[in-house]
Design a protein around this ligand. Structure first.
Ligand code: ZN
Length: 159
């Protein structure tokens, strides 16, 4: 039975167990590359803005998903400030290692954009709440790698 033929009886179905070594290289694309470079070099978040729709996309998109306008030259930079949209409390680190304490992981809507970013919030599980204003704390410039992990954590903005 060939790979393109559809099995019609159970005795035609074959399988085998094996390990497949898989290596991959994740490409960020045009928008992801700009996002990563802006975060590493300027400590800001790169977003794109559609003038026609008045929407600022974060993560950035190179086409407006509403009107399909080309946004490849419509970049804006926004600071790492926003509001906790939702959160969870986890007993492990992002690496999978047990944590000494519970950690708060939140989806943060970034101010002035239609979108947001996931991040760890340096606040106790008892103190966190939806709507909390937070700001990102970056790694020192020499330690940034152009990854979202360059944002070490978010902390509450004290008013
Ligand atoms: Zn648009």
């Amino acid at each position: 039975m060939g790979i393109r033929e559809k099995p019609t009886r159970m005795d035609q179905v074959q399988s085998w167990r094996a390990d497949f070594p898989v290596e991959y290289l994740y490409t960020t694309g045009v928008a992801g590359e700009r996002f990563a470079k802006t975060l590493r070099e300027r400590g800001m978040l790169a977003a794109t803005r559609c003038q026609r729709c008045g929407v600022t996309y974060l993560p950035p998109r190179i086409y407006c998903q509403r009107c399909f306008a080309d946004l490849s030259e419509s970049w804006v930079e926004v600071p790492l400030q926003g509001v906790i949209h939702t959160y969870t409390v986890v007993p492990v680190r992002a690496t999978g290692e047990p944590s000494q304490s519970l950690e708060v992981i939140a989806y943060i809507r970034i101010d002035g954009t239609e979108g947001g970013i996931l991040g760890r919030v340096a606040v106790s599980p008892e103190a966190v709440y939806i709507g909390m204003a937070v700001e990102g704390v970056l790694a020192p410039p020499a330690e940034r790698r152009g990854a979202v992990t360059d944002i070490r954590y978010f902390k509450p903005i004290l008013s």
